[in-house]
Design a protein around this ligand. Sequence first.
Ligand SMILES: C[S@@+](CC[C@H](N)C(=O)[O-])C[C@H]1O[C@@H](n2cnc3c(N)ncnc32)[C@H](O)[C@@H]1O
Length: 209
Amino acid sequence: MIINKELYKYIQKIIYNKEPNYLKNIRKKGYKNINKKDMSDLVQGRFLSLISKIKRPKNILEIGTLIGYSSLCLSEGLKKKGVLITIDNNKNSIKHAKKNINKTKYKNNIRIIYGNALEIIPKLKIKFDIVFIDADKKNYLNYFNLIINRISKNGIIIIDNVLWKGLIINKKKDKFTKIIDNFNKKLKKYNIENIIIPIRDGLNLIIKN
Ligand SMILES: C[S@@+](CC[C@H](N)C(=O)[O-])C[C@H]1O[C@@H](n2cnc3c(N)ncnc32)[C@H](O)[C@@H]1O
């Protein structure tokens, strides 16, 4: 959490974009061999939902499914026959995600793909209106390069963990902090506009020009 905990609690209270019960249940439940800290929280989930409702996307790509919480949040804005493709290379995560998603009205809109996103993305031949990058940090730049030409005009890219627990501003950075910092700085050369939003671990909200 980057911002003051009390302030974050206040933000949680003043959210009028109501979280559906199936999402509440996912947040409350325990999942075997799943680290819930890796999952989007309430505020981030409502943010993803809102962005999707503003954009009204036909196609969404999510890199990093975990148990399907963020997939379901992003699906809330999908057009009627819209599709969200979500990729994860962990069989246990996919198993839980399938169960969670199948309980909702989005079960026919969400396609879960098991495997390494680096190998799967080049095989997807559609353009995306929203891409959410939330998998292994060392590959963030690789993911970005794979998806940038698959984003529709004015399409949105959201990247998680870009402030890396606030460590990003430390003079002495560990390996992972350096990776994220280098990634953030490299985005300058692309034809994009962006703003970093200090929700949870920092989200980079990007629009492709
Ligand atoms: C931070 S979690 C995703 C959280 C989820 N988006 C949410 O907000 O609830 C990251 C996920 O990325 C997956 N992952 C890591 N490396 C991957 C890769 N190379 N290809 C596909 N998935 C990967 C992990 O298995 C993990 O489930």
